[in-house]
Design a protein around this ligand. Sequence first.
Ligand code: GLU
Length: 381
Amino acid sequence: MQGKLSRPSFKNVKRILVKIGSRVLNTGQGLNYRVIERICDDLSMLKDRGIDIGIVSSGAIAAGNALLGIRDHNVGLSKKQALAAVGQGKLMSAYNDAFTRYGYKVAQILITLEDLENRKRYLNVRNTLSALLEFGVIPIINENDTVAVEEIQFTDNDMLASMILPIMEAGLLIILTDTDGVYSADPKRSKNAERISVIEHLKSSDVDRASPLAGKWGRGGIESKLKAAYHASLLGVPTIIASAYTDHVVSEAINGNDLGTVVLPSRRKKITSRGHWMSFVKRPKGSIYVDDGALRAILDSGKSLLPCGVTGIKGEFKTGDAVEIVDKTGKVIAVGLSNFPSHELEQVKGANTKDIARILGKECDDEVVHRDNMILRKEMA
Ligand code: GLU
């Protein structure tokens, strides 16, 4: 990570995704209508200029908390889900009122991680989003908190936004929060903490080192914002992390004014939206261990993984599930989609291609993971 780089402007961007966090949307006594209105004023101006806008908005649980007068934030999952059900309508009505003043319409989209893991549903979300944008409607997206249980939740809405980004084909991600960007140290603790204006070459290891400060309302902290920005950078999309309290924050940031932190897109070959889906949306269901021959074939010659290179299998997976490909030292070298269910792979591991049909008693794919369905970890470091 580094600062002191020149600040790009994004005046030519056609479509932006704005993520607004729980911390800024709540006063503690309910939704912060003033902030919502100010952000929507600014976004309406951009809509007037012909820019497509999508919003990922948190705030449902906190709005539900306030509506039911519940002060305790640790109420347990099912109560949180109930609070989200109460608050989500209130949240939508706030956006609806704010945008109606400018003649713009909004649509509610509630999504679970399982929806996005399923390729068909993922593509359905894409079609719906595309139709909404074509109608000139502003989609307001949140996690479907009411049905998502802990193990299938997005870690937070920053993560949800990074997943929506390629689906919406947005050219810029803006994360609005309660701090003016990313600082060199925790500004609440260190006088010397400086805002970093531009970050180039953000690596996954930089993200791991960032402080995981999460707010009491929402689930994400600065670490999750950097993680979302890192995913965006791999997709070739810049991210601006800025304070929701700055006047006209989005248009100022688009004009290239020095506020918040810009994370520049990676200079490497972009990963495709399908590559992003395989690497970051679809959670791996198991691991396939490979020998040195397969390792070299995959890493050096761009080959598929064949059964003869497989030495072991961990976990239970079905055909089409995501798996990690692991070398003999235990290092994950790639992720991909398996053509074999784990119980069949167990039978054919180490076998020659010509023997596979005989062993399984049926015709099947030659490759365990085809190269087209594989993303190397080194492409994402
Ligand atoms: N979906 C949650 C809500 O609307 C917020 C999750 C988050 O803050 O990341 O309250």
